[in-house]
Write a protein that binds this ligand. Sequence first.
Ligand code: DGJ
Length: 712
Amino acid sequence: MNGSDKFILLNGHDSSIVLEAEIGERPSLLYWGPKLSEIDPATLKSMTLRQHAPGCADTEVEASLLNEMGASFAGPPGFTAHRHGKDWATLFSVREVDHATPNTVEIFCIDTVTKVSAQHSIEIDPETDVATFNTAITNDGEMDLTLDWCASAVLPVNSSATKMMGFTGRWADEFQIEDVEAFHGSYIRENRSGRTSHDCFPGLILRSPETNENGGCCFGYHLGWSGNSRIRADRLNDGRSFVQFGEYLYPGEIILAKGEAYETPRLYAARSDEGLSALSQKFHEHLRQKVMDSRIRGKSRPVHYNTWEAVYFDHDEEALFKLAETAASLGVERFVLDDGWFGDRRGPNAGLGDWTPSPDIYPEGLGPLINHVRSLGMEFGLWVEPEMVNPDSDLFRSHPDWIFRTDGREHEPSRNQFPLDLTRSDVRDYLFAQIDDLLSAYPINYLKWDMNRDVLLPGSCGRASAGRHVRAAYNLIDRLRARHPEVEIESCSSGGARADYGILQRTDRIWTSDTNDALDRHRIQRHASHFFPLEIMGAHVGPATCHITGRRLSMKLRVATAMFGHMGLELDLNRVPKSDLDTLKSGIELYKQHRDFLHSGLLHRLDTPSSVSASGVVAMDGSEAIFSWCNVTGHGETLPGRIVFTGLKPDELYRVRIIWPSKIKSVSEPSVIDALDLKGGGSPILGDMLMEIGIQVPLLHPETCLIWHLQA
Ligand code: DGJ
């Protein structure tokens, strides 16, 4: 790179970031785009020089990493703080730069007027190309500094990325995508639920109008944080656009005494010129290799049996023994005992906080059930919800002061439970001891860590403490993990309300959604896959009639849907007809055969009409692929369209077969099934023909899902 020391170049796999950080000046991001053959930052800067425009300031104020108000920047600031109403016009200038490695930089900034300093940590991962940004603020002044907002970074938006994909949702229908057209003004999503939330997943994708799954330029952003958040994208009338992500702060939530520091959550960002699937692949690889703990990397994801929709709170040892036997006979490898096993927990109203097995249900503790499960060759997992307490519990009766309290205000009832004040070390120690005792007493391999309500009045010692709650929950999980490193943990929050890279730094999978409706799951899993790979998304085969939607769906469809995730079962197996059990068993076998591949390859979502949901996984070297094609509703035309594969090697010959369901019959014949012998030995077809022409899908009933296997 030419240019003086004030420019910093960070190179990723196929992207570069150029920052300007001149001592005494405001730091800024000059460029984030494709790796250029040669970058000359000085020329880059001249090329983007903006001149005076009539009606505006004599010299336009340049953007910086926080667009602070003290610089007279007219757009929304990325940092606001004050000392009793004073010292609000912050302006950070660079004091020192530490470009210790080719991919990382620390930029230390200071404001000598308001006496605040900011440290920006920026990194681009050379393998996955994902960039990360976070900022630490320190109060250098004598008086307390009240922080109202601090973005992890304010990032300029490429002018071609005019379309936005935002995430909204609700319980049992998480990860809904909202497409937003370009407009002048602000797109803001604030999550105040105290958890990652069902309705405000902290992710955003910006793309150019022509971008689709398979091509075009796009930018993805995700805040790795399990609490309140604010996402904003601002398009100024001067044509510049910015995004910023950070922790939403309650009034007075962060007040820094002299020398104290606050660190933002980490923002993960990636870009692609090859479409949305390629963008997701970067996030997936980054999560796999850099965010999640390496101890389960490469380990096969065992098939789960979860008791929730089979028995709910109606626990009975004998019935559970029987369920375990049937589950094992189907090939299940891990039996997870869900809610209802402890204290007086005979329903949602009592027991939370008392983490000892109910003596009336489990007179000898959990030992007999666990031993039985293990004797059947399965691991044992246990549900807990440590952060909550029911008023009807021994814990609450002995420590009514252990919940979050806000003077003169009452918690809104929600599942008759209150959030414990985890910012108190005695509360955390109690919870640590309770769970540590369980994990020490029993051979438990897995915890399902649930969190079933919003935390809306997180008052502790008179102060709002929503973020402190999240950090305390992280701390509790980290302590337990350090003590029991072999135990895997699932992050659940009434389904997918705690799914983010912050929690996944310390857990091993997410419970994607409470709905086991396979058709809804196609949409939810597809949308969640913009940031999460298949193996971390818990996906269960539920009952024939979905408990949440009332929709009746075939076993073949339910199996095919769960196969494109971390597969499990969650239904009363004693009520499943024999023919369905046989289908389930063969589906589990198929999953086991292909899971390691499905959980390590590159995900490709296909662009299809809305009546279809289709995606696939292609091996890193293109030698194998598995695609799922689900006819969600009927098609408008007389025949379904073609499945046009992506990600294959154009000159490779693939043997194409349909591997699920085991038997299919087209509505009318002859069909492509026979023409290409798709249910037999398959047909060899060149990669470029599969990607350019595709295969006519046979005429099938709605709610049918085909799984295609392509072997080079
Ligand atoms: C909510 C979870 O999402 C469910 O799977 C189940 O574990 C219940 N909580 C138990 O209360």
